[in-house]
Design a protein around this ligand. Structure first.
Ligand SMILES: *Cc1c(COP(=O)(O)O)cnc(C)c1O
Length: 347
């Protein structure tokens, strides 16, 4: 038997009496009202008032864009804040653990570390897919969360649907699927499966495909019971007004996002085809994201060589399965040409 969601949530979070902000206390119509409840400066600059703590318009807009009820959505200051909230809702410091599947996004471990949560690492197999047998052997009830990243950073591949389903069925805790790169992938978002798996949380971000890394907006999709628990602990005004506005504007210009994604995908293909011809390139993995993982002859040396030619890439060669690997983000056509020219000079 799997534990229920309320059995997974930390007892202290369930007991907590959440902070009630001025904006929470008064929820009526705003027209014609005098607001002297929040100690704000009354002189209107457009930014003198606190933002909507529940981001009602933005969650509605995201919900209708994705076809998901807003009660399944929580927003954060980047998905990094969302991931931190998730860890703090479910994991008891000093005793609980999370499971990560390296090579993957480094923040899962950092967030666990900051919160004094243990880490169980189960490396992805040599196709960068989850090792189901090893995951099934994790029977420790202290393992509250398993992090999946699909498409995975830094390997670039989407995780096998069958394997993720098997994990969702068998893992007794919460399964988080980080979909920071799903807009670049042909595979469906796992948000379509939320009602089927109450222990599933999906995270997305406006930092990659939407071109808004600077505004810091992360999205969490989960069962309303989980959203309610996250809301209990989130800072009341965690998403500022400028961010909410910029995100709404972008959602009204979704065609622009689609066009940029299409161009990035065309460039990804061209970059990959051209890189293949270089003698220093040993392997390029197929990518469902906006970057390529590339094995070269000597990653440390090539990293320095490229820096000398004013090109900054990510050296991922210290991660398991990524020996001598560099990660190249797909840039503009001009940027990609510069990378290709530089690579072609290397012997
Ligand atoms: C870039 C990245 C994020 C970052 O998200 P923010 O919303 O910018 O905090 C999250 N997950 C993965 C796997 C990423 O690569």
């Amino acid at each position: 038997m799997k534990p229920t969601i309320s059995e997974l949530i930390r007892p202290s979070v369930l007991r907590l009496k959440p902070y009630s902000s001025a904006r929470d206390d008064f929820k009526g119509k705003t027209d014609g009202m005098v607001f002297i409840d929040a100690n704000e400066n009354p002189f209107g600059s457009g930014l003198n008032r606190y933002p909507d703590p529940r981001q009602t318009s933005l969650r509605k807009a995201i919900g209708s864009h994705k076809g998901i009820d807003p009660s399944y959505i929580l927003l954060g200051n980047g998905s990094d804040e969302v991931l931190d909230l998730i860890v703090r809702v479910f994991c008891e410091p000093g005793s609980d653990k999370v499971v990560t599947l390296p090579p993957t996004y480094g923040m899962y471990e950092v967030i666990a570390g900051i919160n004094d949560i243990g880490i169980v690492r189960i490396n992805l197999d040599n196709h960068f897919q989850p090792d189901l047998k090893a995951i099934a052997e994790v029977n420790d009830e202290r393992c509250k969360i398993l992090f999946l990243c699909s498409p995975n950073n830094p390997s670039g591949n989407a995780l096998s649907v069958e394997k993720v389903e098997a994990i969702l069925k068998s893992f007794k805790g919460i399964v988080v699927i980080d979909e920071a790169y799903s807009d670049f992938s042909k595979t469906d978002s796992w948000t379509t499966r939320l009602t089927e798996y109450p222990n599933l949380i999906v995270t997305q971000t406006l930092s990659k495909a939407y071109g808004l890394a600077a505004i810091r907006l992360g999205i969490c999709y989960a069962d309303p019971q989980i959203i309610e628990a996250l809301n209990r602990i989130k800072p009341p005004y965690n998403v500022n007004s400028l961010t909410q506005e910029a995100a709404l504007l972008k959602l009204h210009n979704i065609d622009g996002v689609r066009k940029e994604v299409k161009r990035i995908l065309e460039e990804r293909r061209r970059l990959s085809e051209s890189l293949k011809k270089s003698p220093i390139v040993k392997k390029i993995w197929p990518s469902d994201a906006n970057f390529l993982l590339v094995r070269v002859d000597n990653a440390d040396k090539r990293y320095e060589d490229l820096l000398d030619m004013k090109i900054v890439v990510r050296n991922r060669s210290n991660l398991p399965g990524c020996e001598n690997c560099l990660r190249f983000t797909v840039g503009t056509e001009e940027e990609n040409n510069k990378l290709l020219e530089a690579i072609n000079k290397l012997k």
